[in-house]
Design a protein around this ligand. Structure first.
Ligand code: C2E
Ligand code: MG
Ligand code: MG
Ligand code: MG
Length: 278
């Protein structure tokens, strides 16, 4: 009996594996269709200069308007896109939308930079630079208005690092996203210059209730300063966090306090925000 039950369990296991593989295959097909038929939507979140309150740029954050499901956040499909290579056409769509949007804003008299998340897998693809140059040429965006956000995983990938150096040589800014949450290497950090270091929300969330984290944030700001980079604090939700960061010398901030990611059509037209001081 035990033997037969074991066999059943194996069959059940195989069946579940088969179903998972099928679901994955379906998701992959759907995601490819989504990219080709315009189901991807790009939302924009304001980035604010902490010294002046000026809205200086917008981060492009992709969503998937999936039929029958609703609006999906990137955490639901970026992983699959990276594993399947669909991140390459997906990233190209986001880059096109974001550059196009920045040009539109500029034409409307709003001087905003745009910042786009790029996976290491995308950067290491040999077609990345030519695609980037084509998008800049077709949209007419000045390279200096574009920032590419990468994570620390880029350091483990030689071709991606080479792309990154070329990106910077082309006059595009490079930001290190989620700094301190991956494999930070001070040696890489000083060898490859970054323009911007983004302080991850896991640090800023602890502001006001963890003195140790406050010390760590001060060190990140000082380190960025030594390397000639600006800092952007992520996930700012309260005036107290903004005040603390401004006093600590952080250059920029983004978070729900200043604005949630929204479609370009409902973008807040204010060019600066007032800081409610705590
Ligand atoms: P990220 O680049 O670190 O983006 C910041 C995330 O924090 C965004 O989540 C944003 O909506 C959220 N956020 C911003 N302010 C606040 C706040 O005050 N409180 C809280 N609780 N959250 C806040 P989102 O849009 O879900 O994106 C998640 C991640 O997906 C991004 O993290 C980025 O790594 C990735 N991603 C987004 N768009 C793209 C894309 O086009 N390509 C690639 N490769 N990755 C993308
Ligand atoms: Mg980002
Ligand atoms: Mg981040
Ligand atoms: Mg993140």
């Amino acid at each position: 009996v035990a033997k037969r039950e074991g066999g059943n369990r194996v069959r059940l296991f195989q069946q579940e594996m088969g179903e998972q593989a099928l679901a994955r295959q379906r998701d992959k097909t759907d995601l490819r269709t989504a990219i080709e038929t315009g189901q991807l939507v790009v939302h924009y979140q304001p980035i604010v200069d902490l010294a002046t309150g000026a809205v200086t740029s917008a981060e492009a954050l992709v969503r998937w308007q999936r039929p029958g499901t609703g609006l999906l956040g990137p955490d639901a499909f970026i992983g699959l896109a990276e594993e399947t290579g669909l991140i390459v056409p997906l990233g190209e769509k986001v880059l096109e939308s974001a550059c196009d949007q920045a040009v539109r804003w500029h034409a409307e008299g709003r001087s905003l930079g745009v910042t786009v998340n790029v996976s290491t897998r995308e950067l290491s693809n040999s077609g990345f630079l030519p695609r980037l140059e084509r998008v800049l040429a077709t949209t007419g965006l000045q390279p200096g208005r574009l920032t590419i956000e990468v994570t620390e995983s880029v350091w483990a990938d030689e071709p991606a690092m080479r792309s990154l150096v070329a990106v910077r040589d082309a006059g595009i800014r490079v930001a290190l996203d989620d700094f301190g949450t991956g494999y930070s290497s001070l040696s890489y950090l000083q060898r490859y210059p970054f323009d911007i270091v983004k302080v991850d929300s896991s640090f800023t969330r602890a502001l006001g209730n963890n003195g140790r984290t406050e010390g760590v944030i001060r060190c990140i700001i000082a380190l960025a300063d030594v390397l000639g980079a600006k800092t952007v604090a992520e996930g700012i939700e309260t005036p107290q966090q903004a005040d603390w960061l401004r006093a600590a010398g952080c250059s920029y901030a983004q978070g729900y306090l200043f604005g949630k990611p929204t479609e370009a059509a409902s973008w807040d037209t204010r060019t600066s925000v007032a800081f409610p001081s705590s």
